[in-house]
Design a protein around this ligand. Structure first.
Ligand SMILES: C[S@@+](CC[C@H](N)C(=O)[O-])C[C@H]1O[C@@H](n2cnc3c(N)ncnc32)[C@H](O)[C@@H]1O
Length: 429
């Protein structure tokens, strides 16, 4: 719904946001918009339930609002793959193109009606960065620059639904202005360091405002867009235009570095990339299950191993229909991801050592077996493994079986207690 405000009285007008025919060019001071978050909610389909009843009761009073049989799905700006079945191409891809085209029409209309010195805020969030890429590309292509961004914590973290699933609990407000029409093109390679610096600079401020986990990664897209939307177009070294997702990848890398440095607290050198990925995945998603694409993006941010090998070779996760699940040490052991016999244990990845001691302890609840394994493999003197345990305590949720086993181990093995700082859970009475 589009509102038109006049000084002495308030006029409410409705129209599809892609056609503000009743509003002249350059006439609006401020636009505040909260567009659909890609595919999250199918508003029109849900509205039909109410629409048919409202039409019966209000149809005679507001005939202009209720002339159609059902709500207008064709102009609705959502990504809805079910509308593109059997069309010869991937329904998801067609839905994405449709959303991008519609949002670009909407933002072009906003650009037309906004005064040259006007300001617009766009509220958005989605846990998948692909949705961000599509929305912000439309915004930038329409001529806007993102001059500031604010992340607001919007969901109660105690909410059970939120705690069990990896869901997004913040919203980002993008402050946009018309980009200088004389802005020139820029090279992505020149902007890349600026994106990383700005993201790392803003990260502590986001955390102070209780923006953590995946929300921290998503909030970093705001500062990345500040830099990215200033010039137009942005080109890569072969002269091809670059999409916002490239800036988001850089922002994600900056946050991954920042978080890992913060978790380790000392030098991060020596941690293998697989272990970094595992610890950062728990830190970001705070759940065993999350979208596979986010797992992939995080792996790309860390680098150093092939993303497809996370499931196939390292057996750290199982993936199916777009989501993936971190495997437990027991499941990984069963799939022979590592060997719990000290003589055959391959000491390449700290995450395997972590999982091996958890799996050994879970088998018989006997700390002596863990002690033997640590001594025979020489891992008892490996400070990096002790640091990995310390980080695992911080990032793996207390409800996960890995955390519970680590707590029992810590309580029953003085040699671990001596080296691993663990703030035990406070029991509320
Ligand atoms: C994220 S919701 C906004 C909710 C709103 N801020 C509120 O608190 O009620 C997005 C809204 O955009 C509407 N919408 C979708 N396509 C539209 C279009 N072409 N023109 C105007 N509104 C549209 C949806 O129906 C939905 O109500």
């Amino acid at each position: 719904m589009i509102f038109k405000l006049q000084t002495s009285n308030l006029i409410l007008q409705t129209s599809s946001a892609d056609s503000l025919f009743h509003i002249p060019d350059n006439s609006v001071d401020t636009i505040v918009t909260d567009p659909p978050y890609y595919s999250t909610i199918q508003y029109a389909e849900l509205s039909d339930f109410f629409y048919v009843w409202m039409k019966r009761t209000l149809g005679d009073i507001f005939p202009d609002l209720f002339w159609s049989e059902l709500t207008d799905k064709d102009r609705e700006a959502v990504a809805n793959p079910s509308r593109f079945r059997n069309m010869g191409a991937s329904p998801e891809e067609l839905a994405k193109q449709d959303y991008e085209a519609k949002m670009q029409l909407v933002f072009s209309e906003y650009y037309r009606v906004l005064r040259d010195d006007g300001v617009m805020t766009v509220q958005f969030n989605h846990k998948e960065s692909g949705a961000w890429d599509v929305l912000t590309k439309s915004l930038i292509d329409a001529g806007f620059e993102i001059t500031a961004s604010w992340s607001v914590s919007t969901e109660n973290p105690q909410n059970l639904h939120q705690a069990k699933k990896n869901s997004v609990s913040s919203t980002v407000l993008l402050v946009c202005r018309k980009r200088d029409p004389l802005a020139e093109q820029a090279w992505w390679d020149d902007l890349r360091p600026e994106v990383a610096n700005l993201v790392e600079q803003r990260a502590p401020e986001f955390e102070e405002n209780e923006i953590t986990g995946i929300d921290l990664y998503l909030s970093a897209f705001g500062p990345a867009l500040n830099v990215f939307s200033r010039a137009y177009p942005i080109l890569d070294s072969s002269g091809e235009p670059v999409r916002p997702e490239v800036a988001f990848a850089e922002a994600r890398k900056a946050i991954a570095n920042y978080r890992f440095r913060k978790l380790v607290q000392t030098d991060t050198a020596g941690f293998d990339p697989l272990t970094q990925w595992y610890l950062l995945a728990w830190d970001a998603f705070k759940a065993r299950e999350f979208p596979f694409d986010e797992a992939r993006q995080l792996a790309l941010a860390i680098g150093g191993f092939n993303v497809n090998d996370l499931a196939k070779e390292y057996k750290l996760l199982d993936s199916a229909s777009g989501t993936c699940k971190l495997l437990t040490p027991k499941q990984r052991h069963k799939k022979r991801a590592f060997n719990t016999c000290a003589d055959n244990f391959s000491n390449l990845y700290l995450v395997d050592a972590l999982h091996a001691i958890i799996a050994i302890y879970q088998e018989e609840q006997n700390p002596q077996l863990v002690r033997n394994f640590l001594q025979k493999t020489g891992l008892n003197n490996n400070d990096m493994l002790m640091k990995t345990l310390e980080i695992a305590f911080k990032v793996i949720p207390k409800s996960a079986e890995e955390h519970k086993t680590l707590t029992s181990l810590w309580l029953s093995m003085d040699e671990i207690k001596a080296k691993v700082v663990y703030e035990q859970m406070r029991f509320e009475v």
